[in-house]
Design a binder for this molecule. Structure first.
Ligand code: SF4
Ligand code: SF4
Length: 220
């Protein structure tokens, strides 16, 4: 791929990053240094994916499809995989503010009920390097614990989702990477909440139009 092709291909991601840098202040984001990891009986929990027979890519809980953030969309579009995305953001008013709704949110298409990128024969993701952050961080997420000094972020293994093969052996690299991805995923959600309702005009100009509601259905 020529340098020019690479520059064009990363255009949407670069534009989005520039807008996010201009709009979001550091205090809007979760600082990884402030996140503690919740342990189970003193041990970190990690999924044992190699021995899993019930992959989350085909799990019934994934019926709604894999939801995408603006950054995920930009990554797929820049990589020529935009045709695998369906859905558009919608907005709702809640507590006096306009927020993006997840019901119709852009998501990956499905094939035979599974994620479009899931290969049934190998049981692997065919776009592993590009997989959305929600896949990278699963099954860790960032939650918030209320303390006297305010809400404190905590990374936790999502116990209510059935991850059938949990290992509680301590593997520092695995835990650290999943937690870093969970924080990144949380920051992408925060980014979307800040950018979508108030900056949809700039997003439309950048090339996100196919994933946004019609202008008449966007907040002014
Ligand atoms: S369900 Fe859990 S153990 Fe199975 S592939 Fe997904 S993350 Fe790994
Ligand atoms: S994108 Fe890849 S990792 Fe994510 S659900 Fe689809 S097949 Fe699984």
């Amino acid at each position: 791929m020529s340098t020019e092709d690479m520059r064009v291909k990363s255009r949407l991601s670069n534009r989005l990053a520039r807008l996010a840098r201009a709009v979001l202040e550091p205090e809007h984001r979760v600082d990884p240094a402030t996140v503690t990891i919740k342990k189970n009986n003193g041990s970190f929990e990690i999924p044992d994916c190699k021995n899993c027979r019930d992959r989350c890519c085909v799990h019934p809980r994934r019926d709604e499809g894999i939801l995408l953030s603006l950054r995920d969309i930009a990554t797929f579009v820049d990589s020529g995989l935009g045709d695998f995305i369906v859905g558009r953001y919608t907005f709702k008013k809640k507590n006096g503010t306009v927020q993006p709704e997840i019901d119709q949110m852009p998501r990956l298409k499905k094939r035979k009920g599974n994620c479009i990128f899931y290969d049934e024969d190998s049981g692997l993701c065919t776009e592993y390097g590009l997989r959305p952050t929600i896949c990278r961080r699963f099954p860790y997420e960032v939650d918030y614990r209320n303390t006297k000094s305010g809400a404190v972020p905590i990374a936790r293994f999502i116990s209510e989702v059935s991850c059938p093969t949990i290992s509680i052996r301590y593997k520092e690299n695995s835990v650290q990477q999943m937690v870093a991805d969970a924080i990144e995923n949380e920051n992408m959600s925060i980014e979307d909440e800040q950018l979508l309702p108030q900056h949809h005009k700039e997003l439309r100009k950048m090339g996100f139009g196919p994933y946004l509601p019609a202008p008449k259905d966007c907040p002014t």
